[in-house]
Ligand binder design. Structure first.
Ligand SMILES: [Zn+2]
Length: 258
């Protein structure tokens, strides 16, 4: 099963290569890839090509999606899995794109079993075994202030792989669940205290919403502003480095940045 899928993927990559000009143009729209080396760019390109084949990116509320927009989304979705696998996004099929923020208007059941309609405006959502939903306007705002909506929503997808969004994706062999839990719970408690005090944090205060939002927001910052995660919560940086199998800080240093 596994090898047949791999064989089909390799065959597809040989037969349907991505247009070079389109690839270059899309990469320019994702500045965080600036420090990627050639091997990483090659893997990212293969993953994004396969992502576009295996997932369906669908337009909602009248937005027109062109190949460049689809590729920009695919590239950012594949950054977190650069050294993992496209199979980590299995079990769901669609990415739905709205022109700007949207209100899902769906019924949700809270922890007291009370059903109400979720009518808050949202920039993005990730449903367990369901679609990822994105506001294109907020996709465009990614890269500034350490935010990245696509990485945020796909971090939720990785977190939900074990069936529950709790801020802890299934860890790799060799990683210790206790080390993860200690690093994240101490950082989360500290961050919530700082937000409660009204501190002007470099990390989006939305991260204090819940442990799963903390993981998703810290994942965005890990890729966009790795130095901030490393300075503020070095143990979280180390756990994210082990989990994503990437060291964005080393990439920034190699590129001569700070
Ligand atoms: Zn979230």
């Amino acid at each position: 099963m596994w090898s047949l899928r791999q064989w089909r993927r390799r065959r597809y990559l040989r037969r349907a290569p991505l247009d070079e000009g389109l690839w270059r143009e899309a990469l320019r729209r994702v500045p965080l890839t600036g420090g990627f080396n050639d091997a990483e760019l090659g893997r990212l390109r293969d993953l994004a090509t396969l992502f576009l084949r295996e997932k369906s990116i669908e337009a909602a509320a009248g937005i027109q999606l062109d190949p460049l927009m689809r590729l920009v989304i695919a590239i950012q979705a594949c950054v977190p899995i650069l050294n993992l696998s496209l199979d980590d996004y299995r079990g769901w099929h669609a990415v739905i794109v709205y022109p700007d923020q949207f209100r899902p208007g769906r019924e949700v059941t809270d922890e007291d079993e009370i059903v109400h309609v979720d009518d808050e405006w949202k920039a993005g959502e990730s449903w367990e075994r369901g679609p990822v939903i994105l506001s294109w306007e907020d996709v465009l705002a990614s890269g500034s202030d350490g935010v990245n909506l696509v990485i945020h929503e796909f971090a939720h997808k990785l977190d939900m792989q074990d069936g529950v969004a709790n801020g802890a994706p299934p860890l790799h062999r060799g990683m210790a669940r206790q080390a993860w839990a200690e690093a994240f719970s101490a950082a989360y408690a500290d961050f919530c205290r700082r937000v409660d005090r009204g501190e002007d944090t470099r990390i989006d205060p939305y991260a204090s919403e819940s442990p799963e939002e903390f993981f998703a927001v810290l994942s965005e910052v890990f890729f966009e502003w790795p130095g901030v995660v490393d300075e503020e919560y070095p143990r979280v940086y180390q756990q994210l480095r082990l989990y994503y199998r990437q060291d964005p800080l080393a990439r920034v240093a190699a590129a001569g940045g700070d």
